[in-house]
Design a protein around this ligand. Sequence first.
Ligand code: KG4
Ligand code: ZN
Length: 364
Amino acid sequence: MLTLGIETSCDETGLALVRDGQILAQVMASQVGVHALFGGVVPEIASREHYRLLAPLYDRLMAEAGATMADVDVVAVARGPGLLGCLLAGVSFAKGLVLGSRARLVGVNHLHAHMLAPGLEQGLVFPAMGLLVSGGHTHLYRLDSPHEITTLGRTLDDAAGEAFDKAAKMLNLPYPGGKYVDILSRGAESDPDLFPVPYVKNDNLDFSFSGLKTAFATFVEAHPDLRFTTMPETGDLDQGGQDLANREELARVLASLSHSVVRALRVKMERALDQVLDRADGIRALVVAGGVAANSLLRLEMERLAEERGLALLMPSLALCTDNGPMIAHAGELLARAGLFHDLDLDVVPRGGVVPRDYIEQRD
Ligand code: KG4
Ligand code: ZN
């Protein structure tokens, strides 16, 4: 089965061809540079960029793989949640390809695709507990199969990635700043008392990061010398007019911020394992994915948690943590194998919306 995957839910245009869980070819255009100066993704610009890039990227992908649409069995497209105009660009393109070929269409839940991404590198293990941590979402899941994924908890306000991005913005770092928080804090000792571990003194499995954002903002306000005076060029953190003493203090402060975010994630995961997913449930693995799963402290902490609980740990490599075409193709392939498709009525689901289970079942 040859599956073409299309990802356009935010600011990454990603296309890939996957056959039986193996990536045959992939192409990707990131708009990070386009939006960096605005301090966030500008939806109208993002959708126009997807619209402009889809056809040339598709041509490049097919040329690289030496394939044509006649070879493609399934077109899998991210149908939400995401930015509405961006999703429409990808879904319309996918429908056009399906109309002009024999391929079948399947709409993929972008969040579930993140959870299934480790399957491109190692075998998936079910049942599993999943943590999705990205720029727009923080979700805790129970995964029983590629298409039986239940939400156990979610963020009530900001996502974990958003907490990092907003903190970075307060320091005058480029968007998205999660990566810079990670780089700048590497090797530093965290002060666990500097910031609160947000929203853990309750008995639920939801997250909230807005209180931590406020605590961080108050701290930066009181220590304005931590800010970069001019926004450093993406990738070059050596400019910005800070002296070395501040850089060390900044590292400690950012390590402490990461500590609070990671601690909050871990507390809720342990709670889920203890209360909801006890041994009788037979949870065998921990899946951690999404852009924030690139964070070094989170990776370390998840390794510890999995080891302590005797669970397998499925964490994609960095390129498969952030938005990408292969994860959509892979999730689509798994759905198609289960006989789950869509027709041309497939609709998109905006950010914050719930992706319906509206597949058309068809087995050969
Ligand atoms: O999954 P993703 O690529 O896009 C969304 O669907 O949101 O996640 C992007 C998020 C951004 O908030 C970015 O700052 C964050 O992932 N991120 C990181 C790191 N690398 C990317 N956050 C913390 N540490 C990192 N190393
Ligand atoms: Zn994503």
